[in-house]
Ligand binder design. Structure first.
Ligand code: HEM
Length: 460
């Protein structure tokens, strides 16, 4: 589509996509529009405008918490239909945001990561057990599906002491299927043509949302029935902890919203991140070789290594691989910021108080600051020296400021350990000569990505 400009935002191209609509990959469509029209544009759909931005200088300004704050944009408004005032979708000024944030923060301190480590390892071994069987039978594994099994079981057990048992099922847990449909509903609802009838889709959504709520009740009731409402995991804090300053607790409705939020936010994006990392490893033998060297230094030819918490911290190259995968495909790809007061963005774009812009992380991650070949997968972009030399605002897979991802360390620990264990154990075979197609359901995944595996013998 060709671009015009709007009198509201004089310098900004406006691209009307009403003729085609956003299709089922709206994020990748915006990436395409940015490649054509530059890193700041207004996308118009049936008269509704969204301003998208990826320019580093502008994103740097948007990260200034004195001038801008998180906006719960239209997509998150739709997610609020099933997660309400849970941490991810709460308005910053809703008292429940700060209350829950302060109560739950200790569960994400470094010390808590140590307590999650054994659970993460236990679930990683479930995945390995399943991949061993597939390797033995010569069967391919579906990487994103199994990563989702692993991350759902991990957040269930580590956060809530609840076992989804995903590796004992042939199909994904019904929670996952309902969740994906709810996220898809939240995404496609944005693209509706005014006046058309969506009763069937909305009814199906309500059935799925009710199923999510049912799972949440099961999780909470299992804890209450155990007679131990306390504990220092997420659910224990939600049920018993009082706010450090004012002594208040979370109310029952809010706890349900938090459980649903953490079950979704705690697994869906991590699963995609590990899947993309596996994709890039399968396609980049030289990088895979460097990860092998790192894991072999730690574990040699031990058949079943017992990684310690501190060892995972030493897997620095493996973590660079993960960061580089998150650069190219940040799995929660967009987040929105709104002006606190009337202001001028970049000294030229007038914004009213409350006006929102959406940061397109995968395009921010391809700006000139990343060099002249940003599409190239190259984990050396994340050496400590390279990171120190670059603006901290050039890489935002976890959002920004006080509303940035609370689970970042959780995700990185879980993902780094699993990738390292997999590379240590298997040779990866790109048996289907996989071509990357990125599936969108608000979050991103490599669609239909399968590998076959053989056990490694020695240093090969
Ligand atoms: C917030 C990404 C893993 C829980 C966010 C945001 C992003 C993000 C971009 C900010 C959204 C915004 O500004 O609107 C990711 C990615 C992950 C990941 C890429 C994995 C690679 C996790 C995990 C958990 C989690 C493992 C929980 C265990 C949350 C929560 C928030 C959040 C609760 C809302 C925080 C608040 O607003 O106070 N995440 N996340 N995330 N994330 Fe994550």
């Amino acid at each position: 589509p060709t671009a015009q400009t709007t009198p509201d935002l004089p310098d900004v191209p406006v691209v009307d996509i009403s003729d085609t609509g956003p299709g089922c990959t709206p994020l990748q469509q915006v990436m395409g529009l940015m490649r054509e029209h530059g890193p700041l544009l207004v996308r118009r759909l049936h008269g509704r405008d969204v301003t998208f931005v990826a320019d580093l200088d502008l994103v740097t300004e948007l990260a200034d918490e004195t001038r801008f704050a998180k906006a719960v944009g239209p997509a998150l408004e739709n997610v609020r239909e099933f997660a309400a005032d849970g941490l991810f979708t709460a308005y910053s000024e809703e008292p429940n945001w700060a209350r829950a944030h302060d109560i739950l923060m200790p569960a994400f301190a470094l010390g808590s990561m140590r307590t999650y480590h054994p659970v993460m390892l236990e679930v990683a071994r479930r995945l390995i057990g399943s991949w061993d069987r597939a390797a033995f039978a010569g069967r391919p594994v579906n990487v994103p599906d199994d990563m989702t099994r692993m991350t759902l079981d991990t957040i269930g057990l580590a956060g809530f002491g609840y076992d989804f048992g995903s590796f004992d099922r042939d199909e994904p847990h019904p929670f996952v299927e309902s969740m994906v449909r709810c996220l898809e509903w939240a995404m496609t609802r944005l693209a509706r043509t005014p006046g058309s009838d969506h009763t069937a889709a909305d009814e199906a959504f309500r059935t799925d949302a009710a199923h999510l709520a049912q799972v949440v009740d099961d999780v909470i009731n299992a804890r209450l029935a155990s007679g131990e409402s306390g504990g220092d995991d997420l659910l224990g804090l939600m049920l018993t902890a009082t706010h450090p300053a004012d002594g208040t607790t979370l109310d029952t409705t809010n706890i349900r919203n938090q459980v649903i939020t953490f079950l979704i936010a705690g697994h869906e994006t991590t699963s995609g991140a590990m899947s993309f990392a596996m994709y890039y490893l399968a396609k980049h033998p030289a990088v895979l070789q460097l990860v092998r060297r790192e894991v072999d230094e730690l574990w040699g030819d031990t058949a079943d290594p017992e990684p310690t918490f501190d060892e995972v911290g030493r897997l620095t190259y493996t973590r660079q691989v993960l960061n580089e995968a998150l650069r190219l495909w940040p799995t929660a790809a967009a987040f929105s910021r709104q002006a606190r007061e009337d202001t001028l963005l970049g000294g030229r774009i007038p914004l009213r108080a409350g006006q929102a812009l959406t940061v397109v992380a995968p395009m921010l991650h391809r700006q000139p600051v990343w060099g002249d070949n940003p599409e190239l997968f190259d984990p050396s972009r994340f050496t400590p020296e390279a990171e120190a030399a670059r603006s901290p605002h050039a890489f935002k897979p976890f959002g920004t400021g006080e509303r940035a991802c609370i689970g970042r360390q959780f995700a990185l620990h879980e993902a780094t350990m699993l990738l390292a264990l997999l590379v240590h154990r298997y040779r990866l075979h790109d048996h289907a000569d996989y071509r990357l197609t990125v599936k969108e359901a608000l979050t991103l995944k490599p669609d239909g990505f399968t590998l076959t595996l053989t056990p490694r013998t020695g240093a090969d």
